[in-house]
Ligand binder design. Structure first.
Ligand SMILES: O=C(O)CCC(=O)C(=O)O
Length: 257
């Protein structure tokens, strides 16, 4: 007769092998983490990377704050669609105003367009993908915002979370909750010497990311306790050659009011 010990050990090992096999076959990743929530050594939450399409590859750029690149977050078809519907709607970009909703500001010189009036199956699928990544409802994903830069245009370092000490920020938080996470997805490749990198001055002595078509940069704007994470200061460096296209996907947390 088999003892309990003899049966338990092989069962335990086989579960381990199955788990190992599943994690290897799900994504082809570099330096990735699939920890579902928080770790004791990190103050950043963790997204659900397993929710992403199997074709995505992930590269971790910073552990704390947690910042990752997600290669092939969008497909070529999705990128072409976003540019096609976004281009005719582009106008000078705005920032959240001190007093009112939004305002033109010399810190942000690009053109942009929110796609709320031209939503499609494609834009909705992208929003659902983003929501799953942070375990949010798809209603908590803002309308996608297409952004276009040319001729030295830039966005100086700023935060994506709303500043509740300003009237415009307080109003936005009250409407839908704080902006808890950002996916910035590039819609074209940019030459290495063309500028246009996304820049996080407070991360790793200055983290610069070269835009690559279909690739997303993901980070949380707030800490697990809901407090704004000021390490997420970031901007878009001036583009000196050609143009830069991107889409902002901002996800709200209606519990952070
Ligand atoms: O263009 C970039 O690299 C940064 C864009 C950005 O931070 C924004 O639009 O909020």
């Amino acid at each position: 007769m088999k003892t309990v010990k003899e049966i338990t050990i092989p069962l335990f090992l086989s579960i381990g092998f199955i788990a190992m096999f599943c994690s290897m076959s799900t994504h082809n990743t570099t330096n990735w983490a699939t920890i579902p929530s928080f770790t004791s050594h990190s103050t950043s939450p963790r997204p659900n990377l397993l929710s992403l399409p199997k074709t995505c590859r992930i590269k971790r750029l910073s552990s704390d704050p947690y910042i990752v690149c997600i290669y092939d977050f969008l497909t070529d078809t999705e990128v072409e669609h976003l540019k096609t519907i976004g281009q005719p709607l582009l106008t000078r970009s705005m920032v959240v105003g001190e007093e009112t909703g939004s305002a033109i500001n010399a810190h942000r010189t690009s053109s942009s367009a929110f796609l709320n009036n031209v939503e499609s199956e494609i834009t909705k699928n992208i929003q659902k993908r983003a929501a799953k990544l942070v375990r949010a409802n798809h209603q908590d994903v803002e309308a996608l915002q297409v952004v276009h830069y040319k001729d030295g245009q830039k966005y100086e370092p700023h935060y994506d979370f709303f500043d509740r000490s300003k009237e415009g920020g307080k109003t936005s938080i009250g409407q839908q909750g704080q902006r808890m996470a950002t996916l910035l997805v590039y819609l074209n490749d940019i030459d290495d010497d063309a500028g246009g990198q996304t820049f996080f001055p407070k991360v790793l002595n200055g983290l610069k990311i070269n835009p690559k078509k279909n690739m997303a940069v993901f980070w949380y704007n707030v800490l697990p306790n809901g407090k704004e994470d000021e390490r997420t200061l970031h901007g878009g460096l001036p583009i000196n050659k050609g143009e830069k296209w991107a889409v902002n996907i901002w996800i709200r947390d209606p519990k952070i009011l």
